[in-house]
Design a protein around this ligand. Structure first.
Ligand code: ARG
Ligand code: ZN
Length: 854
């Protein structure tokens, strides 16, 4: 069954109010729901309520019990013919949280009861029109055993609580803001609270609570600070205040995704809440800050203004990612944050856009909406907002978002509503820009600069094309904003950064007054999510990697310099590796550069990114070439790496941007030092592993050792395991580091780790740390035996029976077969076919695997 965007119809019935009564218990929870329903429009269609795995034990309409002939159940959906314009409908169901391995709806996690309703989990709790354009006021009563579940939380504000005779207790919560059911949440459990407060700009005092297992309380400080910073930032940057008296966050160990923005009660994967120096890396700290901000920002971009239907998902997700990216940039370094975000976009979204699962930011159809929580909806969606913000400039962009929030507050809106608010508030015509929402595929831009010494004129010829994607063979030209500058090679300066709008398939821009040929810096700041091809020489790139004043462009020039050398080497062409070594050295010793930027710039492009630059990906050749270059850089600059490694050692742990940058650079130096072939490489790495007072340095040292075959490798892995075996989040790193290692036997090690006593399919973080990481290890996953494909397919098949959503997330790496040689492609297809042949396969995995074969 396929859902299509064009089939959208307003709901037949609205539910202005709902009262929910939960009698909570891990084995059997009783749910009583009272819905006030009103007929929407002039029609005589019956009330239809979604349900998934529910059996109505009682149904009442306006106080009267219904007999079984007065309702019907079809594919889980409850149909009740109703005569009048408004009725009160009550249902009673029983559900079993402890048997809910899908982690959608109400489920048990480590002794807690919690919910996940987005996108379609609420129908697993009670019968309801489970679509985001039905907004209701919720009144929720929770009752549970007081010893097992001393804390009872739901959306909105707490109203009342009390004890019950049989060792149970109850609490009532009211949420005054009408919301779609995907934002419903409850939590019951034995939780401790990190309590704090925030006073909003207009003087509302908000009680903040981060709820975790008692033992985890010391690891919540960073999340709390991030929350308070986010609240202040949204007031300052978007004029958006928080709107309830309480804001609660709960951390749970078993969670399908990162976190969920339920109104007033965010529920998080614990890996995005818990952090301390002993167990969290700097990347983890940034993840906590970014995800706390993301979920908080959803209170406006998602909750106060929600989505009309799931085709509009990027309305809230793209915008909210854009907001969290800018928040994180403001908290740390804009330059480094942009580089990181583009790296993620290229690794995840560009790959998606060039494969069988490519879809527009606003998709046209889906089988299972859960499969559309993608890098395209999130990260490319954020790039679309970023382009609009760039074209409008800060004031007009703010006018546009003000108009959007004011106009649609309390509504379920569309991507089109957002674009229209930008057009009106920002006074701009976005007709052609709308194609970014419609056309899938990453646009390619060819930029050819030519110079005429006679006229001193420069012509920049730009050509664009968007490759065909499933269902979209022909594409129209896009509106592509390209920040561009021309550098004078003599002075090392440019004459101003211009925003060029490429709107035609082929377009020329001319520049006068250049006696000598300038050097082109284009797509500065990565102003558009496109692939740019230029006719710049290696010398031009070396120049830009030393002089470009736009940090992203400078980084990009360096990366391109490396890509050209590596791809050339793989293709058997003569290449100048010395230029790369020189550029790395120049960057690494530049005293004016931020160490975090240096660390980003001097790292070789990933094997996957190199694969993306080739017509047919050759994982072994890529690995060999990259490894050889890394060794050469290590060996030729060995004293430099030793020097940096020594100089960046801190006396005590700090979380300042400077300290984080120093660690990042130190870890990069260690990587090159280990690659240098120096006899003491493993000793130095083991020294760092043993002495580190923080996980950033400890894990980097472990990862460096894991790439090799030294005795220190085994020692470090054992020490790490024994130290963290009881700490699930940290033990994930042990699995992940091995799955991600460039080790000749990674495939076999992963197979063994899949049988390890600490491996479990029941915990999504553990699955991702082993199989997710492994599928991202190009060299190992694409082992020519096909064993890597088989391991991942086995995992998908086994996991599908428990948790189809998480299983489906492992399918895309197998779907990239078209990019590989025939032998690998055949092996990958065979695994996809084997998956599809499994009887009773979920719709989640069916959609991903069948689309991947097309
Ligand atoms: N809205 C959540 C977030 O991005 C993610 C929910 C994911 N749910 C899903 N079924 N894919 O913050
Ligand atoms: Zn989100």
């Amino acid at each position: 069954h396929i859902v299509r965007r064009e089939d959208y119809r307003a709901p037949d019935w609205l539910v202005p109010d709902i009262a929910l009564d939960f009698d909570l218990d891990a084995a059997i929870t009783r749910v009583h729901a009272t819905l006030s329903v009103t007929r929407n429009g002039d029609h005589d269609r019956p009330l239809k309520l979604d349900g998934d795995g529910l059996l109505p034990l009682e149904i009442h309409v306006d106080g009267q019990p219904l007999t079984p002939d007065q309702w019907s159940l079809d594919g889980g959906r409850l149909t009740i013919p109703l005569p009048g314009p408004a009725h009160l409908v009550k249902s009673f169901v029983e559900i079993s949280p402890q048997s809910n391995s899908k982690l959608m709806g109400l489920y048990a996690s480590g002794g807690l009861l919690c919910t996940q309703c987005e996108a379609e989990g609420f129908r697993r709790i009670t019968f309801f029109p489970d679509r985001p354009d039905v907004l209701s006021r919720y009144s929720v009563r929770l009752a549970a055993d007081k010893a097992l579940y001393p804390v009872l939380l739901a959306n909105g504000d707490p109203v009342e609580q009390g004890d019950l005779p049989d060792g149970r207790h109850w609490a009532r919560w009211n949420d005054p803001y009408p919301k779609p059911c995907y934002l419903f949440a409850l939590v019951a459990g034995d939780l401790a609270c990190n309590a704090d407060r925030f006073v909003t700009a207009s003087g509302r005092e908000v009680q903040l609570g981060i709820w975790v297992k008692e033992a985890d309380l010391p690891r919540t400080a960073h999340a709390m600070q991030a929350l308070k910073n986010s609240m202040a930032w949204d007031e300052r940057v978007y004029g958006r205040e928080y709107d309830l008296d309480v804001f609660n966050i709960v951390a749970v160990a078993d969670f399908n995704f990162g976190a969920m923005e339920n109104k007033g009660l965010n529920i998080f994967n614990s890996r995005y809440i818990l952090a301390d120096p002993e167990t969290a890396t700097d990347i983890d700290y940034d993840g906590v800050e970014g995800v706390v901000a993301h979920e908080y920002f959803h209170n406006w971009s998602g909750n106060r203004v929600t989505c009309r239907d799931w085709f509009q998902l990027s309305l809230k997700e793209g915008f909210t990612v854009f907001r969290d990216q800018n928040f994180s940039a403001d908290m740390g370094s804009h330059a480094v944050k942009r580089i990181e975000d583009v790296r993620i976009l290229r690794a995840a979204q560009f790959q998606e856009d060039s494969g069988p699962l490519a879809h527009p930011v606003r998709p046209e159809s889906y089988m299972e909406i859960s499969n559309f929580y993608t890098a395209t909806i999130y990260n490319k969606g954020a790039e679309l907002i970023r382009m609009m913000a760039l074209m409008l400039g800060p004031e007009r962009f703010r006018a546009g978002t003000d108009l959007y929030f004011d106009r649609h507050d309390g509504e379920a809106a569309t991507c089109e509503d957002f674009v229209r608010a930008m057009e009106e508030g920002g006074e701009i015509d976005l007709s052609q820009f709308r194609r970014w929402y419609e056309q899938a595929g990453t646009p390619h831009v060819r930029a050819l600069l030519s110079h005429d010494p006679a006229t001193q004129g420069v012509t920049l010829l730009l050509e664009q094309s968007v490759p065909p994607t499933p269902g979209q063979p022909e594409k129209k030209p896009m509106a592509i904003p390209l920040r561009t500058a021309l550098f004078d090679p003599e002075s090392g300066q440019h004459r101003g950064d211009e925003l060029l709008m490429l709107t035609e398939a082929r377009q020329s821009f001319t520049f006068a007054g250049w006696p000598a040929a300038p050097i082109l810096s284009i797509n500065r700041g990565f102003s558009a999510p496109v692939i740019v091809e230029t006719n710049r020489s290696q010398a031009d790139l070396a120049f830009l990697s030393a002089h470009d004043d736009d940090p992203f462009a400078r980084y990009e020039a360096m990366q391109q310099l490396m890509v050209n050398v590596l791809v050339g080497r793989i293709g058997g062409q003569p290449v100048d590796e010395d230029a790369v070594v020189a550029a790395i050295r120049g960057t690494a010793i530049d005293p004016l550069l931020d160490p975090a930027f240096i660390a980003e710039a001097i790292r070789l492009p990933s094997e996957a990114y190199l694969g993306d630059q080739m017509a047919v990906v050759d994982p072994d050749a890529i690995h060999a070439a990259r490894d050889a270059l890394q060794r050469r850089i290590g060996a030729e600059l060995e004293p430099l790496w030793r020097d940096i490694h020594g100089k960046t050692k801190a006396n005590a742990f700090a979380l300042s941007p400077a300290a984080k940058g120093a660690r990042k650079l130190r870890n990069t130096a260690l990587l090159y030092l280990a690659a240098s072939g120096a006899a003491d490489g493993a000793t130095v790495a083991f020294g760092q592993f043993s002495e580190a007072d923080n996980m950033t340095e400890r894990q980097a040292a472990l990862a460096t050792l894991a790439n090799g075959t030294s005795a220190e490798r085994e020692a470090a892995l054992d020490i790490f395991y024994n130290r963290y075996r009881d700490d699930a989040l940290t033990l994930d790193k042990w699995f992940q580091t091995q799955a991600f290692a460039f080790h000749p036997h990674t495939v076999d090690l992963v197979e063994e780790l899949g049988r390890h006593k600490d491996f479990t399919l029941a915990n999504p973080n553990r699955v991702r740390s082993l199989y997710g990481a492994f599928a991202g290890n190009q060299w190992a996953f694409h082992h020519k035996s096909g064993k890597g494909y088989r391991l991942v397919a086995d995992c998908i098949i086994a996991l599908d029976k428990l948790n189809p959503q998480t299983a489906a997330r492992l399918v895309p790496p197998l779907g990239r077969w078209k990019r590989f040689d025939e032998a690998r492609a055949a092996l990958m297809r065979a695994e996809l076919q084997r998956i599809l042949a499994v009887p009773g396969l979920s719709k989640d995995v069916t959609e991903q695997a069948s689309k991947s074969l097309e």
